[in-house]
Design a protein around this ligand. Structure first.
Ligand code: ZN
Length: 242
């Protein structure tokens, strides 16, 4: 069984389609939130995601802001402009789908959240100290998170007090060992200085996690962002992956 694990799509349809084309056959999709925000294709991305087979999809902070569940004032100026644009652009059908998304889901022994098991929508797992504290907030062998846009693994062996951080060179296939927190990176706005779309394939039968990257047509997305008058900085950052 191959499960496509994606996060932080950020309304970037070109990146999502490149991932779908690159992933090969998959049996299920686990999407860790932030379908919208920043990018020019919120409805198209929602439509692609809804159509996936055996989908489990989580709510991200940008999704919540687009739904006005959380206040856009909590975002920086440019992110807020993108949220307002997204609010104007979403169809009723897209809003209905986003409203249906849970903040936390446990499936087949894996806890899924957008940010962290402690604060599912908001907390960033950016360091081993924060990650260590979060291991007591889920009881499954594995937890999959997104939100930081950085592909990493935090690993807490039984004897260890502090979680260890693994930053993968991609492509990389790991044999998984409990307990661990995995982040597939971001499809639509990578921030590890590699502009290629980032995602993972989880195979629960073989107990493997595969970090993967795929290049996509960034100028095409930037052209749509320009037409939509989305903030220039969000467009530029796609080129350098930050
Ligand atoms: Zn995000």
């Amino acid at each position: 069984m191959r499960i496509l694990v994606i996060s932080d799509l950020h309304a970037n349809l070109t990146a999502l389609d490149a991932v779908i084309a690159d992933a090969g056959a998959f049996d299920a999709v686990w999407c860790l939130g932030d379908l919208v925000g920043y990018g020019p294709d919120p409805n198209e991305v929602v439509a692609r995601v809804r159509a996936f087979p055996n989908l489990v999809c989580l709510l991200g902070n940008h999704d919540a802001a687009a739904l006005k569940v959380i206040d856009a004032d909590t975002f920086n100026h440019e992110a807020r402009l993108a949220i307002y644009w997204t609010q104007q652009s979403l169809t009723d059908g897209s809003v209905f789908f986003l409203q249906s998304l849970p903040e936390r889901q446990v499936i087949n022994g894996v806890t899924l959240v957008h940010g962290s098991p402690r604060q599912p929508v908001w907390e960033y797992l950016l360091d081993t100290r924060t990650a260590t504290l979060n291991f007591s907030h889920f009881d499954t062998p594995y937890c999959f998170v997104g939100h930081t846009h950085l592909p990493v693994e935090y690993y807490l062996p039984d004897e260890a007090q502090i979680a260890r951080l693994v930053v993968p060179e991609t492509p990389l296939e790991l044999t998984m060992a409990p307990r661990a927190i995995f982040n597939p990176g971001s499809v639509g706005q990578p921030r590890d200085r590699d502009p290629r779309a980032s995602y993972a394939i989880y195979n629960p039968d073989h107990n493997t996690w595969e970090y993967r990257r795929v290049a996509y047509d960034i100028p095409a997305v930037q052209a749509r962002m320009k037409t939509a008058k989305l903030p220039e900085r969000h467009s530029q950052r796609l080129s350098s992956g930050w």
